[in-house]
Design a protein around this ligand. Structure first.
Ligand code: E4P
Length: 218
C-alpha cells in the first residue's frame, strides 16, 4: 500500500518524508489556501517545492470546470515537474479531460469520488488514480469503506489499472481497514500516519527493557 500525505504544508511533508515511508502527496485548493498560498505563480512554485521534497507522485488540482480550461491548466501543471499528477474533478468535462490526458500520457487523479459508478467511469477514461473520499462519506452516515470494497471488486473484475487512492482518511483505523480491503494508496494527515506507530504495550515493553538493562549494567 502506498502512503501519501494530504497536505500542502512543507514542514509536515518533510517530516513524513524523513520517516522514509512516504510515496507521494495530495493537495487540493482548500489545503493550498490553508497554507496561505495564493496567486498563480506562487501556487506553481509551491508545487515545485513539494516535488523537490518528495520522490513520488504529487497531485495538483485544476480549478477550471470546462474541458478547454482543464486541458490548458493540466498541461501547464504537468510540465512543472515529472512527479506531478493532474487532479481533475469527477464531472462530465472532467471525464473528457481525463481521457484526453490519458491519451497524451499525462497522469491523472480523479477527485471527489463518492460512488462506484463514478469510479467506473474514471477508470474507463484512463485515470491513473481515483480518489474516493471515505471520511466525507462517513460524515453523512454512509460507510466510506464499503465504497472502497465495491470499487476494489469492480476494478478486479475487469483488471482496470486505475489505482484506488483512499482519500479523506481521518484516523489510523481508516488506513488499516483500507489496507485490509486492498486500496492501492491512502492519503491522509500526518497525525493519522504517525498514530499507526502507537501502542501502549510497546511503550511499557520498551520502558521495562531499558530499566532491566540499567539494573544489569549500572
Ligand atoms: C484528497 O485528495 C483530498 O485532498 C482530501 O483527502 C480531502 O480530505 P478531507 O475530507 O479531509 O478534506
Amino acid at each position: 500500500m502506498k502512503f501519501f500525505i494530504d497536505t500542502a504544508n512543507l514542514e509536515q511533508i518533510k517530516e513524513a518524508q524523513d520517516l522514509g515511508i512516504l510515496d507521494g502527496v495530495t493537495t487540493n485548493p482548500s489545503l493550498m489556501a490553508k497554507e496561505g498560498i495564493s496567486g498563480q505563480e506562487n501556487i506553481l512554485q509551491h508545487y515545485i517545492d513539494i516535488c523537490n521534497i518528495v520522490d513520488g507522485d504529487v497531485s495538483a488540482e485544476v480549478i477550471s470546470t470546462d474541458f478547454d480550461g482543464m486541458v490548458k491548466e493540466g498541461e501547464k501543471l504537468a510540465e512543472l515537474h515529472g512527479n506531478i499528477v493532474v487532479k481533475v474533478p469527477m464531472i462530465k468535462e472532467g471525464i473528457k479531460a481525463i481521457k484526453y490526458f490519458s491519451d497524451k500520457g499525462i497522469r491523472t487523479n480523479c477527485t471527489l469520488i463518492f460512488s462506484a459508478g463514478q469510479a467506473l467511469l474514471a477508470a474507463k477514461a484512463g485515470a491513473t488514480y481515483v480518489s474516493p473520499f471515505i471520511g466525507r462519506l462517513d460524515d453523512v452516515s454512509t460507510n466510506g469503506l464499503d465504497l472502497i470494497a465495491q470499487i476494489r471488486n469492480i476494478y478486479d473484475n475487469y483488471m482496470f489499472e486505475t489505482e484506488i487512492l483512499a482519500a479523506s482518511v481521518r484516523h489510523p483505523m481508516h488506513i488499516i481497514e483500507c489496507a485490509e480491503i486492498g486500496a492501492d494508496v491512502m492519503t491522509g494527515p500526518l497525525s493519522a500516519i504517525t498514530a499507526l506507530l502507537k501502542h501502549p504495550l510497546t511503550d511499557i515493553g520498551l520502558e521495562k527493557f531499558l530499566a532491566d538493562y540499567q539494573k544489569a549494567n549500572g
